[in-house]
Design a protein around this ligand. Structure first.
Ligand code: ATP
Ligand code: MG
Length: 196
């Protein structure tokens, strides 16, 4: 006897219901948004909006200062429950000064640590932090230890390409965002309101 569409859907629903019933834990989650595709930072900022909607307090620390006129910064700085910090001085191939980049990343990390010690902050976004490991600006093990000892209910999102393996292992949720195609490769400029 062939299985009907309705039977298949019922089976699927019962499997999903079981999984929902099994997921009982309530705690803060460590997310890593990595990969070469577009959407790592913008997904994190989407979660910022989501968190604010639930009354959470949010801290955003940007480790690499690409530009100072982004839409997300202009918008979220107006929100009373958002703390926004820009750390890095610019991409390393622009500054050509490794020591200065390292100091900027370390200063950003110190700011981040104040939020990672504060249980009143419900969400911490560490935007473009993965570059700090790639260039050796921060000690990976020390950062992971701090992330794992944060307040129980606090969520953290780390973004950036090439997340190191140890960080992926420490995280609860890892999204590897792939690049199928990107308008920039076809000559479209980075567009305000979409890319920054
Ligand atoms: P977004 O902030 O748009 O979510 P992202 O955080 O995933 O992007 P980054 O590596 O931080 O990506 O790059 C920031 C800028 O580079 C953004 O303007 C983004 O649109 C652009 N970008 C992201 N991925 C690509 C890509 N695969 N090719 C070209 N440009 C990209
Ligand atoms: Mg980004």
């Amino acid at each position: 006897m062939s299985v009907t569409h309705e039977q298949r859907m019922q089976k699927k629903k019962s499997v999903i219901d079981e999984k929902i019933a099994a997921a009982q834990e309530e705690r803060g989650v460590l997310l890593v948004n990595t990969g070469n595709g577009k959407g790592k930072s913008s997904a994190a900022f989407g979660v910022v909006a989501r968190a604010l909607g639930h009354g959470l307090k949010v801290a955003v620390v940007q480790f690499v200062k690409g530009r100072s006129d982004t839409g997300e910064e202009a918008f979220f700085r107006q929100q009373p429950n958002v703390h926004w910090h820009v750390g890095g001085e610019g991409f390393t191939w622009e500054t050509q000064d490794k020591e200065r980049d390292a100091r900027a990343a370390q200063a950003a990390w110190e700011v981040a640590c104040t939020y990672l010690s504060n249980p009143e902050i419900g969400l911490v976004v560490l935007d473009e932090m993965t570059y700090a490991f790639k260039y050796g600006w921060l000690d990976l093990e020390a950062v992971i230890a701090k992330l794992l000892s944060r307040p129980l209910m606090q969520h953290v999102i780390v973004t950036g390409r090439g997340a190191p393996e140890a960080l992926r292992e420490a995280a609860d949720t890892v999204s590897e965002i792939g690049n199928e195609k990107h308008a920039f490769s076809a000559g479209v400029k980075a567009m305000p309101g979409l890319d920054w």
